[in-house]
Design a protein around this ligand. Structure first.
Ligand code: F6P
Length: 348
């Protein structure tokens, strides 16, 4: 009888539990045993941290945010022979194959394990929505929902006080949450890493709106957006240069939204406020879209293990499930395309 492991790695995202439940339920249906690996790759280093999963352990978790397995940004590739250590520990605990649910960092470890001969498959997850090849990543839809609700609320208070509202959202290297959330929430300016703008352009935009009699403004900015005029303020933010095991700085600490709102006020005299949505975008119950696709992909991942098709990942392509090599989703980041970005100009 086969025993599979399930692991969630990297930042949590709404829908992880739906994927765990789906992968596990399919495994039980096939007569497999299931081990939950705790706290991402941290759970398969040193002595390991495993928990046997039963149908009861995955009952009632479909609507829950977070992950019952815990997660971490631990990177085994930073340890000496880390990938081999992970594989030996899994094999030593009778785990024949692994479902790794994660974004590019987690899946890059999975790809290395597959290269080393271990049976491992992936499930795409990141609220940043920037894995290549797939149209869907667990958590993005829910995160966008949080942004849209926030923008609806900020509109009424912005209009009452005739203010500029700067809203900082997540998005490390790409601006998907800002772009889709901003479009759906009616932002008049969306600033993302893919298409840098200058402070002068922002100021010009705000003056033009005032000139047209629009006495408030909603600017959405992705935390990873770069603007030269903001760099001095961002460089002095406490802890802004700290990096995790995959080499990422904590962008929220750099405070791009805060720096932008200060510079807008200085340059225009318009009253400006900043809202940083932060981890609100990652918490809480998953949307129906996240639940359904996490479910479909979780089931598909277990099926791949059952067929001994290691090194692959199920994704969404043209609205259907498609299976591609793990490397295909991590080879590059999917960027917001220009035509989508330009759509926002209609509503400036
Ligand atoms: O990668 C997902 C993400 O939410 C990014 O958008 C963000 O920059 C980062 O994780 C925040 O990470 P942490 O939860 O470790 O602060």
């Amino acid at each position: 009888m086969m025993r599979i492991g399930i692991l969630t790695g990297g930042g949590d995202a709404p829908g992880l539990n739906a994927a765990i439940r789906a992968a596990a339920r399919r495994a039980f249906q096939r007569g497999f045993q299931v081990t939950g690996i705790k706290n991402g790759w941290a759970g398969c280093l040193n002595a390991g941290d495993f928990e046997s999963l039963t149908p009861a352990s995955v009952r009632g978790i479909l609507p829950l945010g977070g992950t019952i397995l815990g997660t971490s940004r631990t990177n085994p590739m930073k340890e000496k022979d880390g990938v081999q250590q992970v594989i030996s520990l899994l094999r030593g605990n009778g785990i024949d194959g692994l479902v790794a649910i994660g974004g590019d960092d987690t899946l890059s470890v999975a790809a290395a394990m597959s290269d080393a001969g271990y049976l491992v498959v992936g499930v795409p997850k990141t609220i940043d929505n920037d894995l290549s090849a797939t149209e869907f990543c667990i958590g993005f839809d829910t995160a966008v929902g949080v942004v849209v609700e926030a923008l609806d609320r900020l509109h009424t208070t912005a209009s009452a006080h005739h203010r500029v509202m700067v809203v900082e959202v997540m998005g490390r290297d790409t601006g998907w949450v800002a772009m889709i959330g901003g479009l759906a929430g009616g932002a008049d300016m969306i600033i993302i890493p893919e298409f840098p703008v200058s402070l002068d352009q922002v100021v010009e935009h705000l003056h033009r709106r005032r000139g047209e009699g629009k006495d408030f403004s909603i600017i959405v900015i992705a935390e990873g957006a770069k603007m030269q005029a903001l760099e001095p303020a961002m460089a002095i933010a406490a802890g802004s240069d700290k990096r995790d095991a995959f080499g990422h700085v904590q962008l929220a600490k750099q405070g791009v939204g805060d720096a932008l709102s200060t510079r807008i006020e200085d340059a225009t005299g318009f009253e400006t406020r900043v809202t940083v949505l932060g981890h609100l975008q990652r918490g809480g119950s998953p949307s129906p879209v996240d639940r359904i696709w996490a479910t479909r992909l979780g089931v598909a991942a277990t099926d791949l293990l059952a067929e001994h098709r290691g090194g692959f990942i199920p994704i969404r392509h043209n609205g259907e499930i498609k299976v591609v090599p793990l490397r295909a989703v991590i080879e590059e980041q999917r960027k917001v395309p220009k035509d989508l970005y330009q759509l926002a100009n209609v509503f400036a």
